[in-house]
Design a protein around this ligand. Sequence first.
Ligand code: ZN
Length: 279
Amino acid sequence: MDPLPPGTAPPTPPVVGGVVASDRYCIRCGYALAGLPPTGNCPECGTSIELSLRERTLAAAAREYVATLKTGLSLVLNGILLMIVLMMALIFSGIFAGAMGTPGIGGIAMVVRLLMLCVQGMILYGYWKYTEPDPGQASLEATNSARAIMRTTVAIQALLALVSAALSFVPPAVGAAPLVGLLNAGLMVVGLAVWAVQFFAAMRYTRWIATRIPDFYIIRRTKLYMWLLPVVCIVGALLMFLGPLVALVMYWNLLDRLRKQVKSIVATGQPAELKGRVG
Ligand SMILES: [Zn+2]
C-alpha cells in the first residue's frame, strides 16, 4: 500500500483473526462482509472481497478530500431547503396575483424565478463537489461508475437550466411563441429523464461513500430508496404534489445523516456513533 498522505490516520485493520472485521462492506453492493474469509468474493454481487478491503475508509482518506465532500453536501442540502421556500413563494405570489389582479406581481414572480436559478446553480455545484474524485482512490474508480454518471447529469442539468432561463427571461420574437412552448415542453421531458438518471446514480454513489464511513444504515436506505422514493413520488403526485415533497424530505434526511458523518470525520477523524451505523 502506498504511504498515507500527511495529516491522515492509519486505516483500521480490515482483517481480524483471519476473517473480515465487523465494519467492512462490499464497495459495489454494500453487503456486510464481517466474518467472511478475505480471499473470497462478495456472496451478493461477486466482487472480490480483497478489492473492497483495499478501499480506504474516509477517516483514513486525505482530510481535504473529506472536507470537499462536506462542502458539497452542505451546498446540496441548504440549496434544497432554499428551493422549497422559493417554490412556496412562487405559488403564493401566483395565488396573490390571481386574487388581486395586480399587474405588478409578475415582477415578483420574475425575481423569485431568478433566485431559483441561482439556487439551482448552488445545488448543481454542490453535487459537483460531492462527486469529486478521491485522489487516494484512483485504482478503485472502476467500481464507481455512478460518480461519473452523476457528474454527467449535473453538467447536462446546468446546460438545460441556462437554455430554459434564456427562454423564460428573453421575450420571444413575434410569432415564435408556439416554438418556444414546444421547446419548453421538450426541455421539461429531457430534464425529467436526466433527473431520474441522476437520482439512481446518487443512490449508488451515496452507498459507495457510505461503505467508506462505514454506515450500514445509509447503505440499507440507499437500497430501499431506489424503489421506495420513486413509488412515493409517483403515487403521491396524485395527492396535490405531496408525494414528491415527502420523497424529497426522505432524500434530504439521508444526505443529512451522511453530512453528519462526514462532519464528524473532518472534526474528530472518526465517524459519529449514530443509531444503526454498524449492521
Ligand atoms: Zn457485493
